[in-house]
Design a protein around this ligand. Structure first.
Ligand code: PLP
Length: 630
């Protein structure tokens, strides 16, 4: 006899791979609820379910995101400390000056928290456009912090950067293409200010995977070596060679393989050396972004992972740079990195509520076909009755063929709706029994691999993937997804997720796994009347700002949460976009819409009371949340 074993938080953590991807910020608590530990495993904790319930009690609608500023602070600390330790380890004489590339997440809480937490480390900010630079110039940074500017530049962009320089900020203008050089020379004369210049070097070394095109000789950004030589000549003539302080190289985001990073560092450090030999007083070696996040926890060079740790990254950058420059008798440069993803990914959790479950047929044994049923339906039924461990392949193949034939006959009008419905119930019941039998085999034959997906529930979640997880749609990015509660019960169902957009792409059917990609997510049977929440983790990088208004679903609300020994505090709630706000982005004004509807109402035969009530409802809708609210 089998006795029911207690399902432990450890087992739940292994199913959802929590210790593998959480970097110590999340875990399963003893009561089976997901917990956040923003100061690390030894620090205070809070149940995510309790936070969500507190927000609901305040009347905050879902979906929403939870932001944990303490996690951002911890990441800034970890990054800076990793470089400090690596430099101490190798006797490196330069310093580290990180900058945060704001394009990764420009939301106010993120930017301000990063700036504040980074001040002690002289941590700076990176802009890739005029509006980003305008945003950055007004932030409170250490006087020594760098402000780097990448991206293509017009006169106004360069003027803004030069003004920043005049105001005492260390704004470095990175030349992305050759033509920017003459603009900088002209404008710095015009404004009477000596710029700080960087050259973006087109690395031969590339990243791999999604962002491979950011590096390599065909990259969109950067100067080729002949252009660099020419640029040095022009700067010399303009008496500006002493302004050239930085060489910049960026091989792409989410670089999963440390060997590629090392190759890029070697090449960039060599360029630093060569430019110094040409007389440029280079001080900074900027290695860009690329520090990867291990989304699936597999610690491999799979595209959703990384085969190195933060300290290995820092050590390799420091070590390789030192080795290269010392070989040429050049001084150790100040190392700059522009890590965005690795700084912001962890701090944000998207909370979704399951609002419906779509279950494929055949959960219960169907009734026997009646006398007048189609012979193929009866054949399916006979198959079900004979099904056992010895013949399941054969029965499944026959059943599959019968189902297909019945569908064809139905299209020709030769099978009734009732017969077809019963056939499907029997087929799915067979498939479920076969799935259970296959589960007992030491390994599943390939042909049954898709059964899990075929039989999986579809959890309808109140959100839009296009707004909240754009990378899951656009580039098949994987994010860890975990139920926020009931993790002391074994999950008994497999599911995929669908959103509420009217788009067949609005689904998630790829989930993290240590060896591959899972097609389904283990979940619990949703109980009627009891909310079931899913947390989507590591969504703090790129998702907020890449999200779109497909179907006019707007930005979701965000709660800023701090945790200490006393418990958690919701410091602030920023409501999501109203329908009106999203509609107005499309070029309409709420007033026009209201006038249009008022005209309709006036011409209608509604009673005066109905007219008033309708207009009131319409006005309320414009002010409402764009997601389902009951
Ligand atoms: C996008 C970008 C980054 C950020 O890269 P991450 O991989 O997110 O750290 C850094 N530098 C430049 C120039 C970028 O364009």
């Amino acid at each position: 006899m089998r006795t029911a074993k207690r399902f432990t938080p450890k087992e739940a953590e292994e199913i959802y791979l929590v210790p593998h991807w959480s970097a110590g910020f999340f875990r399963v608590g003893r009561d089976g609820e997901m917990e956040v530990t923003p100061l690390g495993p030894g620090g205070p904790s809070a149940s995510l379910l309790e936070i969500v319930e507190a927000l609901r009690d305040e009347g905050r609608p879902l979906p929403l995101v939870l932001r944990f500023p303490q996690i951002l602070e911890a990441r800034i600390r970890a990054l800076n400390e990793a470089f400090r330790e690596a430099m101490a380890k190798y006797g490196y004489q330069g310093a580290y000056r990180g900058v945060y590339p704001v394009k990764v997440n420009q939301r106010r809480l993120v930017l301000e928290t990063v700036a504040k937490a980074g001040k002690a480390y002289h941590y700076g900010l990176e802009a890739g456009s005029k509006p980003e630079l305008a945003l950055i110039l007004a932030q409170d940074l250490s006087e020594e912090a760098l402000i780097t500017t990448n991206g293509f530049k017009d006169d106004d962009f360069i003027r803004l950067a030069l003004m920043g320089r005049k105001l005492g900020r260390n704004v470095v203008i990175t030349l992305e293409k050759f033509a920017e050089l003459s603009r900088v020379v002209r404008l710095s004369r015009e404004l009477g200010v000596k710029p700080l210049l960087g050259i973006r070097y087109k690395l031969k070394a590339k990243g791999a995977g999604q962002w491979e095109a950011s590096g390599g000789e065909n990259a969109k950004f950067g100067l080729t070596t002949p252009e660099i030589v020419q640029a040095v000549e022009i700067l010399k003539e303009a008496d500006l060679l002493d302004a050239l302080v930085m060489v910049h190289a960026h091989i792409g985001s989410q670089v999963t393989d440390i060997r590629r990073i090392k190759a890029a560092v070697r090449e960039a450090a060599q360029t630093y050396v060569q430019l110094r030999k040409l007389g440029a007083p280079l001080r900074y070696l900027n290695l860009g972004g690329g520090l990867a996040v291990d989304y699936d926890g597999s610690k491999t060079n799979f595209y959703a992972s990384a085969n190195y740790t933060l300290s290995e990254y820092a050590e390799d950058l420091v070590y390789v740079t030192k080795e290269v420059v010392e070989g040429h008798g050049e001084p150790h440069p100040i190392l700059v990195t522009e890590s965005g993803r690795a700084v912001t990914a962890y701090h944000e959790v998207l909370v979704l509520e399951v609002i419906d479950v779509i279950t494929p047929p055949g959960e219960k044994k169907p009734p026997a076909p009646p006398e007048e049923a189609h012979p193929l339906v009866k054949e399916l039924w006979e198959g079900l009755l004979s099904l056992g461990p010895k013949n399941f392949r054969e029965v499944y193949h026959d059943a599959f063929a019968d189902k297909e034939t019945l569908q064809t006959l139905y299209d020709l009008g030769l099978v009734s709706l009732k017969d077809r419905a019963l056939a499907e119930e029997i087929f799915y019941h067979i498939a479920r029994k076969v799935y259970a039998l296959v589960g007992e085999l030491p390994y599943a034959p390939d042909e049954f691999e898709d059964l899990e997906k075929l039989l999986a529930d579809k959890l309808v979640c109140n959100f839009s993937i296009f707004q909240s997880l754009p990378d899951a749609w656009a580039i098949h990015q994987l994010f860890p997804i975990v139920p926020l509660s009931r993790l002391h019960e074994p999950p008994t169902r497999q599911a995929t997720l669908v959103d509420i957009s009217c788009d067949s792409d609005g689904k998630i059917d790829r989930f993290i796994d240590l060896h591959d990609v899972r097609q389904t997510l283990p979940v619990h049977a949703v109980r009627p009347g009891e909310p079931y929440y899913l947390g989507v983790f590591l969504v703090g990088a790129y998702q907020d700002v890449l999200g779109s208004n497909h179907n006019l679903f707007g930005q979701v609300g965000e709660a800023h949460v701090r945790v200490d020994e006393e418990g958690f505090a919701i410091e602030r709630f920023v409501p999501g976009e109203t329908a009106e706000k999203v509609i107005e982005k499309m070029g309409f004004t709420a007033r026009e819409l209201t006038l249009g509807v008022e005209r309709l109402v006036r011409q209608s035969r509604l009673s005066p009371a109905e007219k008033g009530a309708f207009l009131e409802r319409y006005a309320r809708e414009l002010q409402g949340y764009t997601y389902l609210e009951d």
